[in-house]
Design a protein around this ligand. Structure first.
Ligand SMILES: *Cc1c(COP(=O)(O)O)cnc(C)c1O
Length: 221
């Protein structure tokens, strides 16, 4: 290789660039969200120092404990809330995050719309789709998506696109392709899909945002 990867961040970036080639995509279209959940600031700072500016957290409380200090030091960071969100945390999530992935139900929509109106901070949200129709998983049912999108469009919340977490341990490509089709059918361009095990596949199938944790930080405790 002419450009040997030396850090996990460089390796992930070069894997994304490689996955772009057969799909004829520009790596600049893809946002790498470094998922720093469970990792302390001391693990996050080296990535920031290497130039990473987009991070994801799945718990509001953990993010509140960790990020305000880091954001003061590195004000150009973009923070994404990626996990299941409880309605009673909507106000705090809107205050802290630049994007929210996981808007998936009317009760949460109501809480987020109220928080956005109250704060005036119009945080773009990805609509989570339960792409594998798994009863235990969050996400809007595929069949309910058009109605739910219409409800979101009645609020001040900008729709960033669609998000999914495919079923565990099955080839994810068909689920990514389905999410891409649902987005296209509904006039949406953002696609938050792909994690450490499958982000290259997701990029080939149109992901605009990949959420990568363990490939950057190592396994979580
Ligand atoms: C933890 C998490 C990720 C990252 O998972 P890895 O497999 O560590 O890359 C991505 N998306 C969501 C919603 C997560 O909760």
């Amino acid at each position: 290789m002419e450009n040997p990867a030396t850090t996990p961040l460089e390796e992930v970036r070069s894997n994304i660039a490689r996955a772009c080639k057969p799909a004829r995509r520009d790596p600049g279209e893809i946002t790498l969200i470094a998922v720093s959940k469970t990792h302390p600031a001391t693990r996050i700072i080296p990535l920031i120092e290497q130039g990473q500016r987009v991070f994801g957290e799945n718990r509001v409380q953990e993010a509140q404990a960790k990020w305000p200090e880091l954001l003061e030091r590195y004000p150009d960071i973009e923070l994404h809330g990626i996990g299941q969100l409880q309605s009673n945390k909507a106000e705090e999530a809107v205050a802290l995050f630049n994007y929210i992935h996981g808007l998936d139900r009317p009760s949460l929509l109501k809480a987020l719309a109220r928080a956005v109106d109250k704060s005036g901070k119009r945080v773009p949200c990805f609509i989570q789709v339960n792409i594998g129709e798994e009863p235990q998983k969050g996400g809007c049912a595929v069949a309910d998506l058009p109605d739910f999108l219409a409800k979101v469009r009645e609020t001040a919340i900008p729709i960033a696109g669609l998000m999914c977490i495919p079923p565990f341990d099955i080839e994810p490509a068909p689920f990514f392709a389905l999410l891409a089709k649902l987005a296209a059918d509904n006039g949406l361009t953002g696609l938050s899909m792909g994690m450490s095990g499958d982000y290259e596949t997701a990029v080939m199938l149109g992901a605009t945002h990949v959420r990568v944790g363990s490939a950057l930080f190592g396994e979580r405790a």
